[in-house]
Design a protein around this ligand. Structure first.
Ligand code: PMV
Length: 352
């Protein structure tokens, strides 16, 4: 630390902006926590974070998130000692946990433990809805804050530090899938520590959102206890792994350049339907998620499943036609339905 001229002191102020994408799980959420593979895909819904170092060591956060009315929080030391809190809600508290963990990682990466920041967050990814909002925010903060401190780190380190931030906030119940996908962009395959990008054709992804959120920690704990109580629940988790392995061979054999052929979409869709059934058996679906999944299937989507932790939030369907989106928009309990383009761009620097 002695060779760091900024240790314990101010650094030159530099406003830096980074953005990172959200994601959907094509296959494998929950099972990935137990070492099975998963395939998430980054989508063109992003969290954009501006970071400016400040000299007093305070952290001020202003957020304008899709699912929050906007809030501002300022703190020094830990987030539990906030001197200036505009609003307090469970969602804000949850968001602050991730933001604080990301700041801690950025300070450690830059070897600047006392640095303060003004952080502004703008996100069009709904919070806690299975689209990787927290991962995108954590990844973008770590990237922007390390750059703002003139200590940029490479993407692998951003992903690794973001994973550790999530791991800490989620009390050890996190895989590397969300954070690696948000950092790298495109489709990725994650199995334990083994994280790699994979090629996929441009999949016609449609997302349905019920306006709600799930409690990732509680849902992961629920699966963990089912799995330890029943051999057939453990088998279900392994079967999800089999689905992912099957799905990845289909993707590996596909031509990544053109539009995917109908037969491929039909096969992937069937696997997604199966994957949803197994997630449902593990208790992580909900009435509104099931309703949206069935609305998508009835609109002749190739397949549909919940995405992310479940309990509420989003489903993902494959349909190159407008039918699924239209059907979802008329489905009671579906608040929003949109086409989600695959985002090939992971975390990146934006114009301030
Ligand atoms: O709901 P999300 O986007 O936070 O995804 C959670 C995915 C899980 O597999 C349930 C947990 C994890 O960390 O992989």
């Amino acid at each position: 630390m002695d060779n760091n001229p900024y240790y314990g002191a101010e650094r030159p102020a530099r406003m830096t902006v980074s953005s990172a994408p959200g994601k959907v799980y094509l296959f494998g959420e929950h099972a990935v926590v137990y070492g099975e593979p998963a395939i998430p895909c980054a989508i063109e819904r992003r969290a954009t974070v501006g970071v400016e170092p400040r000299e007093d060591g305070h952290v001020r956060v202003e957020a304008n998130d899709l699912t929050l009315d906007g809030f501002a929080v300022e703190y020094r030391g830990s987030t539990s000692e906030r001197p200036d809190v505009d609003v307090s809600s469970e969602l804000v508290d949850a968001a602050m946990g991730y933001i604080d963990a990301a700041v801690t990682q950025a300070r450690a990466a830059a070897d600047a433990p006392k640095s303060g920041f003004d952080i502004s967050i703008q996100s069009d990814i709904p919070l806690g809805a299975g689209l990787g909002s927290s991962a995108a925010v954590v990844v973008a903060i770590i990237d922007a804050a390390t750059r703002a401190l003139d200590s940029p780190i490479d993407k692998r380190e951003v992903a690794d530090r973001a994973y550790h931030a999530e791991f800490e906030v989620q009390e050890g119940q996190a895989s590397r899938a969300d954070t690696f996908c948000s950092t790298m962009g495109g489709a990725v395959r994650v199995e334990g520590e083994d994280c790699r990008t994979i090629e996929t054709p441009r999949l016609p992804i449609v997302v349905g959102f019920d306006g709600g959120a799930g409690d990732t920690g509680a849902l992961v704990s629920g699966v963990r206890s089912l799995k330890s109580e029943y051999g057939f629940a453990a088998d279900t988790v392994e079967s999800i792994g089999d689905i992912v392995r099957h799905g990845e061979t289909l993707l590996a054999d596909a031509d990544p350049t053109g539009a995917p052929p109908t037969e491929l979409l039909a096969e992937l869709g069937e696997l997604m339907n199966f994957n949803h059934g197994l997630l449902s058996a593990l208790g992580v679906s909900s009435r509104s998620l099931d309703t949206m999944v069935w609305a998508a299937r009835e609109a002749e989507a190739h397949g549909a499943k919940l995405t992310g932790a479940g309990g509420g939030g989003c489903i993902v369907a494959l349909d190159p036609t407008p039918e699924t989106r239209t059907a979802l928009r008329f489905t009671p309990g579906c608040e929003d339905a949109f086409r989600a383009e695959l985002s090939m761009e992971g975390v990146c620097v934006e114009e301030p």
